[in-house]
Every structure is written in C-alpha cells, then in structure tokens.
Design a binder for this molecule. Structure first.
Ligand code: T1G
Length: 704
C-alpha cells in the first residue's frame, strides 16, 4: 500500500464517516486498525461531529484480521490499546454499517461499536476456528453478552457465516435495512435518531445470561469425533465458558492467552495453508484470468447412474436446470428414483426443506433422446468407465450438440484425447472429473486435453465454482492427478494385508490420523466391483500390473461391499456399521500363504507412512511430468477429493512436517527392500539433496 492510510474520515453533516478501503475484502492489514483508531480520535475531537459510522469500501465490511500476518512477528498492540478496546470507549456513538462480510476481527470491531446496522444480504461470523485459532479481539467475550453463551458457542465452535436476518433475530444486528437500501444513507438516518442516547450502549457492560452451565461439556462431547487431534475447537469452548465466570477484561486476557497458544500451532499453520491454496488453485499460470468464459444457463448429463445422478443434483442444487439422459427408460427411472431418495434422505435428516427439495427436483428433467439435449450449453458424459462405451457417445454428442456447446467427460482415468478425437470439435472437449458422491464431494478435477482450448478450460473451472465445487486443473495422464497420486496408496493398503495387517487395523490407523473413514470402509461404500473392473483393465493393458488377489477374491465371491452386505467388512441389514469379518481374515491368510509372503507385525507409523509416502512419491512424479501446476494443487485435491484431514494441510504439507530428507531416506530404504514400486522419483531425490520442501517444489511446465 502507498503511504496513504487505507482508512479515511469524512464529515456528512453531524456524522463522521470512517471508511476502510483495503481491497479485496478489507482485511485488517497493515495500517487498517491504526487508521480506524486515528479516525476515531479525530472524530471525537471534532466538535462538528456528533457521531460516527464505520463502514467498508467495495464488496465488504471487514473480513477479519489479515491472515497473511499470522505466524509472523508483526507488531501487536497490548490489551486495552487495540482497536477493539478503544472503539466502545469512544465518547461519541459509533455505528458499524455492515454489507458483504463482517467476519472475525471484522465482527469483533462491529461488536465493539455501540450500534450495528446491516443490509439483509450481509453475513457475520467468527470463523477463526476454521483457521485453527479463536477470536482474539474480544469476540469470545462480547458475543455471549449479545446472543447468550449457547448461541455464541454454536457460532464460534462451528465458525459458520450467519445471514443478517438471523443475526438480527439473535441480537447481533440492531437494525436491518430493507433490501436494496443505500447503506450509508440508511445508517446516517438511523444514527441521527440515536445521537442523544446516553449512556452509550457498550456490549462489554452487558451481563452474560447462562441458562445451562452444562452446555460447555455437552459441546465438548458433541465435537469429540470431528475435532479429534485438534485444539482450537476446545479452546473456543474454554474462552466462551470464561465469559460466564470472569469479568470482561479478565475474560479478554484469558482469550488472549489461549489465542497466543494457538496462533502458531501446527494445526493453525496447516489450516492457514489450506485457506490460501484453495484460492491459489483457481489461478492457471498459462491461462490468463482474462480468458473469456462461456456463460452457461442449461446443462445436460449423459448417464443416470450413481455419478450421473449426483452430477445432475449438483447443478440443480445450485439453481441450474439440467437434463439427464440415459439409454433406456428403465435406467432413467432408476436414476431419477435414486435422486429422489437422496433428496428424501436429506429432508429426513433436516438438512433440506421439503419445498426446496421440490424446487431442485423440478430443475432435473429426465430425457430419453439426444435431440432433447442438443440446445444445452454444456453436456457431461457420466456413463460406465469403459472407452468402448464412451467413444460412441462422444461421436453422438458431436453430431447432435449445438455449435459452441462444451463436451465434458466425468471419466476418472481414461484418455481425454481419445474422446476428443471422436469429435470434429476437440477444442470444446475436456474432462470434468467429479468425486463420489458427486453432489457432496467438493473437488472437481478439470482435465486438459491436447486440443482443449483455454476458453473451454476456463469455462470448466468456472462451471465448477458456479455449482459449489473447488476446481483444480490436471494433465491428461492415466488417473489424471488425484486418482493417479492415490493409486499407490490403494495398492499399498492391499499389500499390507498380504504382509500381516487386517483391514480394521489399517482403517483404525487412518481414522486416528484424522480421516472420517478408513480406506477399506470407503472401498465398501464405493463398491469393490468398481476397483475390480479397473484392475482388470489395467492388467490387460500392462502385463507388469501388480495383481491384487485378495480384493479380486472378495469380488469373485460377490462381496461388493455395503451394497451386498459384505465386502472387506460385513454389515447387518439396514445398518452401515462395518464389522470385522473372520472370513476375510481367513482369505487374507490363505492368499498370503499362497503367495509365500511371511506375515509380521506392523506399527501404526509404518502403516501410515507406507500408505502416504507411496502417494507422496507418485505426486512428485506427477509434478516432474508437468501434469499438475503446483504441489499445493495436489494438496487441494487430497483435502477435497479424498477427505485428507484439513488440519494436517494436505499430503505434501504433512510430508513437509516429517521432512523431505526423512521421507526420501525411508522410500529409498523401501526401494531396496520391496523393489521397483518404491523407486524414488527424480524430483524427490533432488528435493532431498537440495533440502527444498515439498511445498517449494517447482513443477515442470504443464503438459496436457
Ligand atoms: N486475510 C487475508 N486475505 C484475505 C482474507 C483475510 N482475512 N480474507 C480474504 N482474503 C483474500 C483471499 O485470499 C483472496 O485473495 C481474496 O481475499 C478474496 O477472497 C482477531 C484473529 C471473506 C468469505 O477467516 O472466508 O480475524 O486469492 O477468494 O470467495 O479474532 O475470503 O484474490 O489473492 O475467499 O468471496 C477471520 C476469511 C480472520 C475470513 C470472501 N476471517 N475469508 O470469500 O473471496 S482471523 C476469516 C473468507 C481474525 C480476529 C482473528 C473469504 C470471504 P486472492 P475469496 P470469496
């Protein structure tokens, strides 16, 4: 920023208007807090000013502290002198006029003002827990005074963004302007009516009304599973609890102590990293941000199976009309029924309102003929994962789709170029790989074919954002980036069984590590028959493909997983709880004996590292070949495609915690012990020799 302060004060009649202008979201970057304090002081000494309004320029009020500043030794004002502390000490009334976001330090500043007014489209929240810290600007002490400890606990432990109407009901917002009102005019008019009110209402002076002291332990219990291995959610509870037993200033001291402990924790550093890489992944180094994006209003999906149905739901959930096509009426009816069942489950669970379900279902139109989709702006093919099934469909789409329509494939591994060559418009073809369940998983892997035009790719990335996905670019290689980097993990987990482990043992290690489910339980959820089909394809294509007799045996016995009541685990009817199965343990021992593999004990650490190091090595090869732009893109894919624990940052971020040299040494040792599948990648060796972290690794120039 130039020398000019990012905060200005101008007088409008009796009112001093303090404006924060620190694009893009008015985070409390360098000079912002100081600027607010300075304008406040000037407003208080200017006799012409009777009251002040604090607002944000551009699209937002204040989106909180500048996250880039955390973990750095930036200067810090002591308690009592921070902007949060001096605002409500103002002799003249200060009103926060909120539009866009008032988050973290932004909401804390608003709560330190005497009044809060907002546009209905605004959102407020204290999302600090999402970046591994807690509100450090008095938020854990002021919010309970405004909304009560129970509501404060919910907001601070979940970090959710609260719409202005709900915030009005909760008592955070004092005045809600009508839709499309002019914020500043509305704020000035409202403050003028309050100028004479004394004493000035300060949130800090309010008492905390605690109805039920057990809410804190109840919250600790309720988050035990999802917050395991983490500190921030528990510290948030401690801080809010402190507000019910300590005077305001002491409560702020307790908050500050807890904040200091968290600011540079491994969890906080990992979550900050995750925040920024999710923004970085949208930037494509060799496709300018100015590349035109084709707008789309209508979409079509070919294939009404599990993935096709989930993809159609993603469009309908985001307000887009979508047509879904399948070869037979029977398949179409089955697909639509699955979609209705999915929505009905959400309604039953209370996460979706009945009328909203009806609105979404109305947006999904089943059609039986290609001519019915010809005018759609884009189409996503999501049929069975067989090239001989997909190719004729691309030829057909090329024939019927209107000029300019984009032709995407949801294939999770097959060659995009071969599909594009089935058309006379290969530049309009790309991969858009959704992850199962497609209406839930946030990751969209956009796969670039040799002929895919920058416009097609930019539009595919934007399409992902518009339907609530996080789009990440991948090169066209077998399994693209996500599945290819995951494949060695999948192979290693089966080899561990041959060498002495059991599915429940491996799953426990990965759940303790932070995964919501273990890889074998996930296999049963997705269906073991899918992996079986792709192993058969790979074995046919590559004689050196490492066969997996254990899962093959299970599938040949009809154990497909949850859908057949048995897979790696067995399941009671109507119950998804995985139960270890002695029959599977027996099969594993038989196969191992048949392969002549001696079985031994494994430590949890060896299990964890065998699985994740295998993928780290493959991810390095992907960067070497220029099939991904950045190491952090692969971390985004693991966070949003494979449920990698967010507070561990991602595959490479986690591996950096162990150290490149240690990872390399271990892989090199396993190369000696286990052979070629553990051959260290060239990039890994170079990083280890240079002492460069994985995150700093430079990918080769992108190769579609
Ligand atoms: N600090 C630094 N940069 C930020 C930022 C922040 N707080 N918020 C956004 N950005 C950047 C972001 O990196 C991106 O940059 C651009 O702004 C647009 O963001 C004391 C300790 C506000 C809901 O956690 O949730 O206050 O990539 O792409 O989708 O208690 O940004 O363009 O270069 O996300 O419209 C608490 C974090 C901080 C809010 C907008 N605040 N931000 O979403 O745009 S801790 C937060 C968001 C704190 C106090 C504590 C979202 C958003 P670039 P974007 P968006």
């Amino acid at each position: 920023m130039s020398g000019a302060s990012p905060v200005s004060l101008e007088r409008q009649g009796d009112i001093g208007v303090i404006t924060v202008n620190y694009p893009p979201v008015n985070a409390l970057g360098p000079g912002v807090a100081e600027g607010i304090k300075d304008c406040l002081a000037r407003g208080n000494t200017d006799p012409a000013i009777k009251g002040m309004i604090l607002r944000g320029a551009g699209r937002s009020f204040i989106a909180g502290a500048d996250i880039r500043g955390f973990g750095t030794n930036r200067p810090r004002l002591p308690l009592g002198q921070r902007v949060y502390d001096v605002l409500d000490a103002s002799a003249k009334p200060v009103l926060a006029a909120i539009h866009g976001y008032a988050l973290g330090g932004g909401l804390e500043i608003a709560m330190a003002c005497h009044y809060r007014l907002a546009l209905p489209s605004a959102k407020v929240g204290l999302p600090e827990v999402l970046i591994g810290i807690l509100p450090g600007g008095g938020g854990t002490q002021r919010l309970p005074r405004l909304v009560g400890p129970k509501a404060a606990l919910d907001m601070i432990v979940t970090g959710r963004h609260v719409p202005a109407r709900e915030a009005r009901t909760l008592g955070i917002i004092d005045e809600l302007l009508p839709d499309n009102a002019n914020l500043l005019e509305g704020a000035i008019a409202w403050l003028i009516r309050l100028l004479a009110v004394r004493p000035l209402p300060r949130v800090r002076d309010r008492a905390v009304k605690l109805a039920d002291p057990d809410i804190f332990d109840a919250m600790r219990k309720s988050i035990a599973r999802r917050a395991r291995n983490q500190k921030a959610p528990y510290y948030c509870i401690d801080a809010v609890e402190a507000s019910t037993v300590l005077p305001f200033d002491e409560g702020c001291r307790r908050e500050a102590d807890l904040f200091k402990e968290l600011e540079n924790s491994a969890e906080a550093r990992a979550l900050r990293y995750a925040f920024f890489i999710e923004r970085e992944v949208t930037r494509l180094p060799d496709i300018p941000a100015t590349t035109p994006v084709r707008d789309f209003t209508t979409a079509a999906v070919v294939g009404a199976g599990t993935m096709g149905g989930g993809i159609a739901m993603s469009f309908a959930d985001s307000g887009y009309p979508v047509k879904i096509l399948d070869a037979t009426q029977e398949a179409l009816d089955r697909g639509m029924q699955r979609i209705r069942d999915n929505y009905a489950t959400s309604v039953r669970r209370g996460s979706l309102a009945e009328d909203e379900m009806q609105r979404r279902l109305a947006r999904i139109q089943p059609v039986a003929d290609y001519v019915d989709i010809r005018d759609c702006d884009l189409v996503i093919e999501a049929v069975f994962e067989e090239m001989d099934v997909k190719k004729p469909i691309f030829a057909k789409l090329d024939e019927v789709m209107k000029p300019g329509a984009l032709l995407f494939s949801n294939t999770s591994a097959l060659d995009i170029d071969q599909l594009a060559e089935m058309t006379k418009r290969p530049k309009d073809v790309a991969g858009t790989h959704f992850f199962s369940p497609a209406n839930v998983m946030k990751l969209l892997e956009v796969v670039r074919g040799k002929a895919s035009s920058p416009e097609t790719l930019a539009t595919a990335m934007a399409m992902g954002r518009k339907i609530g996905k996080l789009s990440a670019m991948a090169g066209n290689t077998d399994g693209f980036v996500a599945n290819r980097s995951r494949a060695p993990f999948n192979t290693e987990m089966v080899i561990l069984l041959e060498e002495g482990c059991l599915p429940e043992q491996v799953d426990k290690v990965m759940v303790d590590f932070g995964y919501p489910m273990g890889p074998f339980a996930v296999g049963d959820l997705a269906g073991l028959d899918i992996g079986y089909a792709s192993r058969k394809r790979r074995a046919a294509e590559n004689p050196n493909f490492r066969k997996q007799p254990i899962p093959d045996r299970l599938v040949e016995m009809g154990r497909f997983g949850q859908k057949t009541g048995a897979g790696w685990y067995h399941y009671e009817t109507g119950d998804r709880t995985p139960h270890p199965d002695p029959d599977v343990a027996e099969i594993i021992k038989e196969v191992a004996a048949g392969l002549g593999i001696p079985r031994r004990e494994f430590t949890d650490q060896e299990i964890l590292q065998r699985l994740l190091f295998a993928s780290v090595n493959e991810a390095c090869k992907i960067l070497e070949e220029g099939k991904a732009y950045r190491p952090s893109d692969i971390d985004v894919m693991w966070l949003h495609g494979f449920g990698f624990p967010r507070y561990r940052g991602g595959l490479f971020f986690w591996a950096d915690g162990i150290g490149v040299r240690s990872v390399y040494n271990q892989i090199a040792a396993w190369h000696q012990q286990y052979g070629e599948r553990w051959a260290p990648s060239r990039l890994l060796r170079e990083l280890a020799e240079a002492g460069t972290s994985f995150r700093e690794a430079k990918a080769a120039a992108f190769v579609p």
